[in-house]
Design a protein around this ligand. Sequence first.
Ligand code: ADP
Ligand code: MG
Length: 284
Amino acid sequence: ATPTALLVGTGRGAKLGILIGGPDVLGRARRIDAVVLDKTGTLTRGDLSLAAVHAVPGVTEREVLRLAGAAESPSEHPIARAVVSAAPTPPATPTLFANVPGEGVRASVDGEIVTVVRPDVVDLGPLADAVAAAEASGQTVVVVTRDGTPIGALALADTLKPTSAEAVARFRELGLTPVLLTGDNERAARAVADEVGIERVVAGVRPEGKVRVVSDLQASGLKVAMVGDGVNDAAALAAADLGVALGTGTDAAKEAAGITLMRGDLLLAVDAIRLSRATLRTIT
Ligand code: ADP
Ligand code: MG
């Protein structure tokens, strides 16, 4: 490959809003067969809104929201931002805080241990029906526990980005197989996949699991691009043959990726693949 052609390609990318991390990146982008797309914040806007609050008997909805808002206040996750903005203000400041990527948060609020976590790590008890119903309607659900006991569940609704379905169709036209990969629940994942036209869905996956999905696809002989925005996507972005981070995403994702898109628009990822093919066609 001539260095001049690669430089020209990189320059054209920058004008389009595609930041290409190094001279080898376009060469890798040209050979991609499958494109793995994160859901929250990548295919969807990731600005979730609170759709419903469920509380167990003896606990008020307000108390569930207050504790959840306090526990989530240090987190930058889209779920945390939605919970904090729906909670009574200002949130109490937690004295201890831990973020578990792909799972949730744990904090000490008013001397009690509060967690806000994915439903499948909790024995849901009286919340089981409400959680199942919310997930069935395509919502993301998190469960609030206090001193180890579930006290409520929050159902959150997200919306698709306007160009996601078109981008998926364009990936197919380029011969790439799209795969949706998410830590969120299967039903919410399917709802989004159906709307954008993706058949292959892997849901409920932890950050380590996202790496495994990428390496399994590679082991089946495919060259894999991963597109994501979150801390939970960083390892998979690094493991992929081509990592594409959204400029709207976290620093961890951008550092792990070969390409950063200046806008959170997946059509730019399509342009990146096209650009790599056009650039390298002229020199090979
Ligand atoms: P995605 O793969 O869709 O970007 P994540 O891996 O970030 O999602 O999160 C997977 C799941 O873990 C979420 O659907 C949620 O149930 C839970 N989770 C992650 N972060 C948080 C948080 N800050 N608060 C509550 N739950 C969280
Ligand atoms: Mg995400």
